[in-house]
Design a protein around this ligand. Structure first.
Ligand SMILES: Nc1ncnc2c1ncn2[C@@H]1O[C@H](COP(=O)(O)OP(=O)(O)OP(=O)(O)O)[C@@H](O)[C@H]1O
Length: 282
């Protein structure tokens, strides 16, 4: 099955426009000499500047996301949050500056399975021709494997992801028939299927009811605290973000604010298979 729901390539649209990066805490820029091996640099933004044509969006953004950080990216409408996430997942190219992923410059980075990405909510036509299972499976295919056939192991992983997100009973439904909250679960399952180290979420809670939002957020916090997942999440729900990440941003860049909380729950650097661990916990 080769259904691709999330666009895997976007023509870069270079251009103009500034904002200044101000680090409020230089511990973000300079790790202590004895940084443990499970606190490595996951995303490094170095003087990242971006414009769409003549429209400046951001200028000289510097920031580092470390392993086990939960980073909340806050900013007003049009501040450039989605644009920044799209650069980090390789869908847009910075006008200037450099992005490194897991210590490797973006141009040489190939391990895209380490990154799960849930874009801003799409509104699907109810007739969109993909089932929930196909959408989840498409998370495995990556950029270079779009045309490969799915294996038995792929299907087992999809099953795991569906059960973890409690959407197993929706597997054969068309994605467009689902409610907003159900669709968000499907896209989180799609992002989790590769057992990623970094999850990038663009307003994952928008348009879903408060109870579902709380459940969803608690699931994310659990993954952060207990399963070593690093998060970069855009959210407009300031109360929810601040309740976990604190009032004060770690860094500011123009209209963008980065709130950070580091997980210290597990001090060893044990690797776990996220889907299996979550299922075992029920
Ligand atoms: N494809 C595009 N072409 C031209 N301009 C764009 C494009 N996408 C976004 N922009 C503009 O770039 C700026 C940043 O947009 P972006 O979507 O990154 O902001 P955002 O912070 O995610 O906003 P929101 O909170 O509303 O989702 C906005 O002014 C927007 O109008």
């Amino acid at each position: 099955m080769t259904t691709t729901v999330v666009p895997d390539s976007v023509a870069p649209d270079p251009n103009v426009a500034p904002v200044v990066a101000v680090s409020l805490n230089d511990s973000n820029e300079r790790p202590p000499a004895s940084t443990p091996s499970c606190h490595r640099e996951i995303v490094s933004l170095q003087d990242v500047t971006f414009s769409y044509g003549s429209q400046h969006v951001m200028d000289n953004v510097n920031f580092v996301v470390r392993e086990r950080d939960f980073v909340g990216l806050i900013g007003s409408n049009g501040a450039g949050k989605t644009t920044l996430l799209r650069m980090i997942v390789g869908l847009l190219r910075p006008t200037s500056g450099e992005i490194k992923l897991f210590g490797t410059p973006m141009s040489r980075f190939k391990e895209w399975q380490l990154i799960g990405y849930v874009p801003q909510r799409n509104h699907f036509n109810p007739l969109f021709p993909a089932t929930v299972r196909e959408v989840v499976l498409s998370g495995l295919y990556g950029r270079r494997k779009l045309l490969r056939r799915s294996t038995k192991e792929d299907h087992l992983r999809a099953e795991d992801a569906l059960k973890t997100l409690k959407i197993g009973d929706l597997a054969e439904k068309r994605i467009g028939e689902l409610s907003g909250g159900q669709q968000q679960r499907v896209f989180l399952a799609r992002a989790l299927i590769n057992n990623p180290k970094l999850l990038i979420l663009d307003e994952p809670m928008s348009g879903i009811d408060t109870e579902t939002q709380n459940n969803f957020f608690n699931l994310l916090l659990h993954m952060h605290k207990k399963h070593n997942i690093t998060f970069l999440m855009v959210s407009h729900d300031l109360d929810m973000v601040r309740s976990y990440l604190g009032e004060a941003p770690r860094a500011k860049s123009g209209k963008l604010s980065f709130h950070v909380r580091h997980s210290h729950d597990l001090e060893d650097c044990v690797e776990t298979d996220l889907l299996h661990s979550l299922r075992q916990e029920g």
